[in-house]
Every structure is written in C-alpha cells, then in structure tokens.
Design a protein around this ligand. Structure first.
Ligand SMILES: [Mn+2]
Length: 277
C-alpha cells in the first residue's frame, strides 16, 4: 500500500487521470489524499466530481474554500450573480450533483491525519493560534457538524456576508464568529501578523508582500515540528518557501502550471505539466 498526496485539482480531470496512470495507482490498495478545492477554475469540474465520487473509497479529501462555497450555494445562500457564481450554479444543475453533495461532499472533513505516521493534511494549513492537536481536531469537528447538518444555511449566510473573523481570541469566541475563524484557518489562511492574527487578502510570494506579514508556516508553533503538514490553497508558492516538514502541494495546475503529487513512503515527488490556462 502506498499513500499519495496531491494538490488542488480545480476540475483538472485529465491531469489527475494522467498522474494516476504515471504512478500506477492501485485503486484497491493505494490511498490518494487530496488537499481540497476539487472544483471551479479548471475545465472539467463535473467530470472530476463524478470520478472522485466513484473512487471515494480510495481517497481522503479535505474541503477547500471553493468546495465550501459550492456546498453553500447548494443549500441556497444568496449569490452575487457574477461569472464565478454562474459557473458554480451551472455545475449544481448537472445530473446527480446534488446527491453527490448531500450524500458525500458535505460530509468531507476539514482535516485528515494519521497519528501513527505523524502527518496531517488540511486545505490552507494549521493556524499558529492553535498549539495542540486536540484543539485542532475539536475545532474541525465543531464546524464539520454544522456543514453537514440540515440547518447549515444560516451559518453559510453568516460566513459569506459578515466580515471574516481572524483572531481566535484565546478560545473565547462563541457561535458563528467562532466557526468563521475555524473555517478561515482551515481553508483560507495564508499570512499572519506577528501576533498570529490572520490576514486574509495577500496571496503573493513572501518577498512581494509587506514584511509585517509572515506566512503561517514560518510562525512559531510546536505542531509544525511535531507533525509533517501537507496543505494546498497557495499556488504562487510553487512548492517553495516552507520548512522541510511542511509541504505545499498546490502548484497551480488550473492556471497552466503543474500538478504535484508526493509519495509518502517513497518520499518522492511527481510532477505533471498542465497545458490549459
Ligand atoms: Mn483554496
């Protein structure tokens, strides 16, 4: 059995299939961990969703910010009618998609981990404001329960219509602001201020943003030393900038760059050039 971890797929179905062929992926023995953001941006979101649902017993997935917004639209939160929303609303109308969301996608977690092998995976990373795995896992569970529940709409409305919560406030947060911080930490975060507060706008590489900001993975946190951490979400990094045991897998496949996969037991990277833009 081999454990593979792969970066954000964003509807890049052809590249995923080519990569699985390249590594000789064994659907009955191997496991594919996916950093989330499986839909939107790229060319084949629907095909990819059908495919991942078909092979759901061979994958471990975490939800990304785009996946969450897709789920939110499916329960009817108010959208903005911009081009991006129109793309997602069109996806929602395709056969079986609502069933796939309701029976599978909305039950996917915010974190996947293997305690024995000491590694974990989330979409954006682990916020420096959390310093024990217990808090990280409990926070994930709190919000996962709401996402998969029948009354998720109220929470999603809050999430997309109120300012983003960026400070954990030493675990004093309650209710929707608390869940907003948890979602931002797992799915949106890139940079932090020196006190650990999240900054939610900058997307560029570290040398191009103000020195007041630090990538989350360069902050001090005991968890960053204890566990190997895999994340996606930040394609401009192109797999660089992180300490050795923190691995950014999103290398911008949907932007025409490349798809990155890591073979855990072999400690080996595989890359696939992407051709569309
Ligand atoms: Mn993302």
């Amino acid at each position: 059995m081999t454990t593979y971890l792969i970066g954000d797929l964003h509807g890049c179905y052809n590249e995923l299939v080519s990569m699985l062929k390249k590594i000789n992926f064994n659907y009955t023995k191997d496991m594919l961990w996916i950093t989330g953001d499986i839909i939107a941006r790229g060319p084949d979101s629907i095909k990819l969703l059908y495919f991942l649902y078909d092979i759901r017993h061979s994958i471990k997935l975490v939800l990304g910010n785009h996946d969450l917004y897709f789920i939110a639209l499916s329960v009817g939160i108010k959208h903005k009618y911009n081009l991006y929303d129109q793309e997602l609303l069109f996806l929602l109308k395709q056969p079986h998609i609502l069933d796939i969301i309701n029976n599978w996608l909305k039950f996917q977690p915010l974190i996947q981990y293997n305690i024995k092998k000491k590694f974990l995976m989330t979409h954006a990373g682990i916020t420096p404001q959390w310093n024990s795995l217990k808090i990280v896992l409990a926070s994930a569970r709190e919000v996962e329960q709401i996402i998969s529940s029948h009354n998720s709409k109220e929470f999603f409305s809050y999430l997309y219509h109120y300012p983003q919560v960026t400070d954990w406030d030493n675990n004093q947060l309650q209710g929707f602001p608390r869940y907003s911080f948890i979602i931002n930490s797992f799915t949106n975060m890139r940079y932090c201020y020196s006190n650990g507060t999240l900054e939610m706008l900058s997307k560029d590489v570290p040398e191009k943003v103000t020195s007041l900001l630090k990538p989350w993975f360069l902050m001090n946190n005991i968890l960053y030393k204890k566990y190997k951490i895999f994340f996606g979400h930040w394609s401009t990094l192109q797999g660089k900038y992180t300490p050795k045991n923190i691995i950014g897998l999103d290398t911008g496949c949907c932007w025409g760059h490349k798809l990155t996969l890591f073979s855990l037991e072999e400690k080996k990277f595989f890359y696939l050039k992407c051709h569309h833009t």
